[in-house]
Structure formats: C-alpha cells, structure tokens
Ligand binder design. Structure first.
Ligand code: SAM
Ligand code: SF4
Length: 331
C-alpha cells in the first residue's frame, strides 16, 4: 500500500475529518459569541463524498485511524451513517469522535452500535456559571450527561479535553481531575493555541504545560508513564498515584511534537490540511466533483502531504495565525 509520507520521513496514518464548521457552543478560545459566517451548504462535502475520501485514505493510503470532528460533529445529521460506513471499511480503522458532548446522551448508544470506538469530550469547567461565561450557552448539564452516556455505551475510557484559561477556569484543574478519576474518564489538558477566530490569543495568558503539571502535583502524585510508548501521541501521559489512572498534558505550544506528527486533516469543505497551523490547503473537493477517479484522488492527496512543513512555527517571530479558525479546520 502507498503511504502518505512527507519529505521529513513522517507518515500520516491518523486522519481527522471535520464534518461541519457549525457549532452550538461559542467557546471563547475558538469562536466569537456572535458565531461565524458558516460555510455555504453546497461547499460542504456530502456524506457520500466524505466516505469516498475516507475509503481512499484507508484502502489505498495507509490511514489506520479516523477521527470525526468539527465544529460540532454531533450536529451532522448523517453522523451515525458515516461512522457505520467507516467502521465497515477493510482494513478496519479505529474510529473516534471529538465532541462537546451536547446530544451525546441520545447518540452514544447508536454510535457505539455503528462501530465507534472512542470519544473525546471537551469539558473546561464543572461550574455552571463559568461554563456560561466560557461557552456562552447554559449547557453544562448536557455535556456531563453526554459523557456518562458514552461511558454507559461502552465508549471507554471516555477521554476528556480541557483547555485552561488564566483567571477563568485555571483554578479548576484539580477538581476536574478528581471528577474524571472518580468516573474512570481519562483527562487531557491542552495548551491554548492561537486558533481563535477573534485572534485574542496572547502567549502570556496561556497556561503552560509546566504550570498545569505544577498545579496537579500539589494535589496528586504524578509519575511519567512509559515515555517510550508516547510515539506520535501528542499527550505526555502521567500515572496518577502510581496508576493505573492517567492524566495527559498536551503542550502543543511549549512542548511541540511536530517531529513525530502522524496526522492529516480534511476540512468540512474537502481541503487537505497538513497541520492545524498550515497556511495552505489542497482541494480534494474539486477533484471529487470533477469526476476524478480514486487513483487521481490518491495522487493529489499524496502530493499534498509530501509538502508538509517541519513544524508549526508558533515560536517563530514571523508566525502567522492561519486564516481559518479551529472550528473551520477541525480540531
Ligand atoms: N466541538 C468539538 C469539541 O469541542 O470537542 C470538536 C471540535 S473542537 C475545535 C476540538 C478540540 O479543540 C476541543 O477539545 C477544543 O477544546 C479544542 N480547541 C478549540 N480551540 C482551541 C484552541 N484555541 N486551543 C486549544 N484547543 C482548542
Ligand atoms: Fe464549538 Fe468545539 Fe469550538 Fe467549543 S471548541 S466553540 S464546542 S467547535
């Protein structure tokens, strides 16, 4: 089988597919309170187009993991169908979902039945008022119910993503970890990245991986999980109280892992992106819609990955934030 390799010897096997740029929350590190101008419906890939690209990736290009994201992927009406068709591919990829959890209470069981393996649910606070301030919607209870439903449906361990923001929710790191440990969820803290549509990110406001670990260590005994096993995984994992429970820290900015990156992304409008921070994209939708065969699509995709840059360059003085915000790239 061909592989999606770049000029630095990295091979992309982990595909992130954005199913929509729309969302029912307005997390301030991602979207402005008034929302964004959504992609016009005809620009979005149809369910058939999504499955076609994923099939080419899995059957011809060595993709072994497919993660659906957005925007909010649970807003995509055909989600269960897309998951079912993905998990029916051979060789069977790992199929997962990154979601804000709203609607998961209803969808967790059908998704598990359709072959979904795992979910990552984003949860930044356990306090209703803080949630309203941070996400501009009063939906904390729905998120917590969604996580419980995912656990009950066997999508275990439920992974939880948390972005800490100084002065807003950074005092909750320990409480969030207690909450997750009690329920058997696996928590990962993610450094805030410059991907908000409002361009409000400031390095000095970012809660760094070092700070997060120092806070956690005040309350928990953390030991390095086997670093050899980290491989291309962005999270540095730590055993809590000697294990087996674990917590992860994703230091995308201060501890970049670009050298081991194995990801490639497809946006909701069918553009290949090699990185969250890429400034260029390659259009697979145009190829699909002009009647290209699978060979041609595979060729275009291979060429797109070949030119992947060495790193995201956030630390470079010439760094330019990508023009698409996180919600439109697919986090
Ligand atoms: N709506 C879904 C959700 O919130 O999980 C999926 C899309 S969201 C863009 C994917 C992940 O990106 C979430 O865990 C979210 O917390 C994270 N995220 C969004 N903006 C971010 C930023 N500026 N820095 C770091 N993580 C961010
Ligand atoms: Fe929506 Fe996810 Fe962005 Fe929050 S992080 S606004 S839930 S897409």
């Amino acid at each position: 089988m061909l592989t999606l390799s770049d000029s630095f010897g990295r091979v992309a096997t982990d595909l992130r597919v954005s199913l929509t740029d729309r969302c029912n929350l307005r997390c301030s590190y991602c979207m402005p309170p008034e929302g964004l101008e959504w992609l016009p419906k005809p620009d979005l890939l149809t369910a058939d187009e999504i499955v076609r690209l994923v099939t080419v990736g899995v059957e011809r290009l060595g993709i072994t993991e497919v993660r659906y994201t957005g925007g909010e992927p649970l807003l995509r009406r055909e989600l269960v169908e897309i998951v079912a068709r993905t998990s029916a591919l051979r060789p069977t990829p790992q199929v997962s979902l990154t979601t804000n959890g709203i609607g998961l209470a209803r969808l967790a069981a059908p998704l598990a039945e359709a072959g979904l393996h795992r979910v990552n649910v984003s949860l930044d606070t356990l306090d209703r008022e803080t949630f309203k301030r941070l996400a501009h919607r009063d939906r904390l209870a729905d998120v917590l119910d969604g996580m419980a439903a995912a656990d009950a449906a066997g999508l275990r361990p439920v992974k939880v993503n948390t972005v800490l923001m100084r002065g807003i929710n950074d005092h909750e790191a320990v409480a969030l970890l207690h909450y997750c440990l009690e329920r058997g969820y696996e928590l990962r803290f993610i450094e805030q990245m410059p991907l908000d549509a409002q361009h409000g990110w400031r390095r000095e406001n970012m809660v760094t991986a070092d700070e997060i670990l120092a806070r956690l260590r005040d309350s928990f005994d953390l030991t390095d999980d086997d670093p050899v096993e980290r491989g291309s995984a962005p999270a540095e994992l730590f055993l809590v109280g000697g294990g087996p429970a674990r917590v992860g820290v994703i230091g995308s900015v201060t501890r970049p892992f670009c050298g081991a990156c194995d990801r490639v992304r497809i946006t909701a409008d069918g553009q290949v992106r090699n990185c969250l921070f890429a400034t260029d994209e390659s259009d697979l939708r145009a190829a699909l819609r002009s009647g290209a065969g699978d060979d041609e699509i595979a060729e275009r995709w291979l060429a797109a990955v070949k030119i992947k840059k060495a790193g995201h360059g956030i630390d470079d003085p010439a760094f330019l934030q990508p023009s698409r915000p996180m919600s439109a790239i697919g986090g």
